[in-house]
Ligand binder design. Structure first.
Ligand SMILES: Cc1ncc(C[n+]2csc(CCOP(=O)(O)OP(=O)(O)O)c2C)c(N)n1
Length: 320
């Protein structure tokens, strides 16, 4: 039986290494998809998916790499979709912004800000009606809270008492706009508590602490039959869309990045393992994942592109 700290590190490292590979290979221009990188935001998806395991059904935004890999662990599906190949999650037609694999617990990723939230309420409602133990987990950014869909979803989830975990990945920014110039309220905690919804929070630098917090939130959902809300303070390392830094854009200082990087969640988890004498096992995980990432990229590159005759198959299209 594997230990939680090591399993958590496996997820964190997998996500980080997969994205580092994107940084290396994206400039070759064979991945024809915009990239909204998760780098810096790995801890919440890793903790949620580990805490809930097979009971988690997840939905997320276009910033989907970490949630997808945390839930499915499937590097082949992931890279094949990035390369637009038939072996990808959507036969290569969705790219990075719409990763999904319902058979492995990832229902959908949506690019319209906030649009996953009402879908998640519906999925949780279905699980409640069908008597399933599943907890629906919806990841969204603080920008999604500017949408009516967020408030309707919070209200409906609370009213219908559905087994739903809202996960706010609070990086404080919607593209370049800080939340204090967008939000007409103070602490989200006070808002959420006004609904019948449990409230929890943590920081994106400590995945193990988050793991324990998600465990409490899940217990709350099951014991009280109401939704719960987890706010995770975190920091997006790279630009909003793309693979580069953007500290010269003038909307945030590099010093913020430096301070988050100093307590980076992947690094911190590794340090915890070393302190517990589990360095060798951590290294074995790293070697295995490094090889798996490169092998998955090789297979993705070698796979076929979708046949042009299948262009409109599986997508919404307008008939003539
Ligand atoms: C309804 C809608 N409005 C605007 C956009 C353009 N847009 C794309 S991402 C984004 C910011 C969203 O920020 P947040 O929800 O905090 O997520 P993050 O990018 O920080 O993960 C905006 C405004 C959109 N995709 N959908």
């Amino acid at each position: 039986m594997s230990e939680p700290g090591l399993e958590l590190y496996r997820k964190l490292y997998l996500i980080r290494r997969a994205e580092e590979a994107i940084l290396r290979y994206y400039p070759e221009d064979d991945m024809k998809t915009p990239m909204h990188m998760s780098m810096g935001q790995e801890a919440a998806p890793a903790a949620v998916c580990q805490a809930l395991g097979e009971d988690a059904e997840i939905l997320c935004s276009y910033r989907s790499h970490a949630p997808f890999l945390a839930r499915t662990g499937d590097l082949d599906l992931f890279f094949a979709e990035m390369y637009g190949k038939v072996t990808g999650t959507a036969d290569g037609k969705s790219g990075s912004m719409h990763l999904a694999c319902p058979g492995k617990g990832h229902l959908c990723s949506t690019a319209i800000v906030g649009s996953g939230l009402p879908v998640a309420v519906g999925a949780a409602f279905a699980n409640k009606r069908l008597g399933r133990s599943t907890i629906t987990c919806v990841f969204f950014g603080d920008g999604a809270m500017d949408e009516g869909a967020f408030w309707e979803s919070l209200n409906a989830a609370s009213l219908f008492k559905v087994p739903l975990l809202f996960i706010l990945e609070d990086n404080g920014l919607a593209v370049h706009t800080a939340k204090n110039s967008r939000h007409g309220y103070g602490r989200i905690e006070d808002v959420v508590k006004a609904f019948d919804c449990g409230f929890y929070q943590g920081s994106g630098d400590d995945a193990e602490a988050l793991l324990a917090t998600v465990g409490k939130a899940a217990q709350d959902i099951r014991a009280h039959g109401h939704p719960a809300f987890l706010r995770v303070e975190c920091y997006r390392y790279l630009e909003h869309v793309g693979i580069n830094e953007d500290f010269d854009a003038g909307y945030r200082p590099r010093s913020d990045y430096d301070s988050w990087l100093a307590r980076d969640a992947v690094k911190l988890q590794r340090e915890k393992l070393l302190a517990r004498g589990q360095g060798e096992r951590a290294q074995a995980i790293e070697t295995e994942i490094d090889q798996a990432v490169e092998a998955a990229i090789e297979r993705a590159k070698a796979a076929s592109l979708p046949d042009p005759s299948r262009l409109t198959h599986g997508v919404f299209s307008c008939a003539e």
